[in-house]
Design a protein around this ligand. Sequence first.
Ligand code: PLP
Length: 395
Amino acid sequence: MAVYLDYNATTPVDAAVFDTMAPFFTSNFGNAGSIHTAGQRARAAVDAARESVAALLGAKPSEIVFTSGGTEADNLAILGTLARMVPSPSDGARRHVITSAIEHHAVLNTCEDLQKSGVDVTFVRVGPSGVIDPEDIRHALRHETVLITVMHANNELGTVQPIAEIAKVAKEAGVAFHCDAVQSAGKVPIDVNRLGVDLLSISAHKIYGPKGTGVLYVRSGISVEPLFHGGHAERDRRPGTENVPGIVGMGKAAELARSQLETDAPRISSLRDRIERALLEKIPTVRVNGDPMRRVPNTTNLTFPGAGGEALLIALDLQGVECSTGAACSSGAVEPSHVLTAIGLSDDDARSTLRISLGRPTTAAEIEEAIRVIPDVVARLRAISPRAAAEAPAR
Ligand code: PLP
C-alpha cells in the first residue's frame, strides 16, 4: 500500500476542482480581457473565483490579486512594498525589513536579495518552540522599518505564529505587515481583519487546487508596485493574461476549504495524534519538534537520532511511505533545514528528522500502515549507524 504523507509539499487536485476547471481549457477558453461573449464568460468565472477566495479569507473581492503561486505572492508583497518606498536620490535613508529566521525560502531569499540592494533586514530568532515572540519583533523595530513579514504556519514544524499580536505591533508602529499563510490556509480559519494583516499570501496547490496559481490579499488602501510590466490585469497589480483555469480551480478549492475545514481539521488532527503517539511509544528516543499546542492539525515533525534523514526517507519510500525531511524545495540539498537549526537542533539531529503531513484523503488504514513500517525502518537504520551505536546505553 502506498501511503502519501507529504501534503505540506503538495496536495492532489480535488475531483470537484478538476471538473470545475476542465471546461476552461477547452470549450470556455476565452480571454478574460476580451469583450465578446467568450471573454465575458471567462471574466465571470474569474470574478466568481475572486469572490470565493475573498470569502475564505474574510476579504473584499477587490483585495484579491491572482498570481502564479505562493512564491510570486510573497515576492509581490515584499518587493512590491519596497519598490513603493525606494529612497529618492535626495533621501539617502536606508530601509529596514523585519522577518523571521524560519520563513520559507520564498520570503527568506527575497529578503536576502533585498540586502544586496542596500536594504537592512533583521531575521528575528525563535526559541526551541519555533514560536516567534511579538516582543522580539517590537524590539527589532527602527525608525526606517517599512515592512514586517512573518509566516502564519511554518511549513516544516506546522507551528502557528501569533499573527494578530505581531499585527498589533506593526500597526502601532505604522509599518506594513505581510503574512505568508500558504501553509495555514484550509487548515485553520483565516480572517484577514481578525489577523490584522495588510498583505497575505496563499497557494492553490496546498489546498487541493492546481499548481501554479496563488493569491496575494492586498488590504484596501495599501498599494504594491507590480513585479512585471504589461497590461492592466488585476487592477494594475499583476499584468498578464489571466490563467483562467487555474483561477477557477483556486476558487473551487477555496470554496471546499471553507466548507470542509470544520470536518477536516478534527479528523486529520486525530489521525496525526495517533501516528505521533504510536511512534513515540514504539521508537526509543524520538522527539517532537516545535510547539505541540500551537500547530496546524495535519503536521508532525519528529527527530529520530541516529537514523539519517535521507537514508530514512529513501528506505521509507521503498516501503511505500512518502514523507519529507524538511521543505520539499530543500530536499535533495545536503544542508540541514534552516528551520530545524534555528530552533536549536544539531546538524545531525536536523538530518535525522522527518516531517509527516496528512491531508484530506488520508485514511486510518494508511496511518496504521505507516505505524507498522516506520519503527522497523528506523530500527534497521540505527543498527547500522555508527552514531546510534556510540550513543546506545552500555549493556
Ligand atoms: N510559503 C510557504 C510557507 C510554503 O510552504 C510554500 C511552498 O512550499 C511557498 C510559500 C511557495 O508556494 P508555491 O509553491 O505556490 O510557490
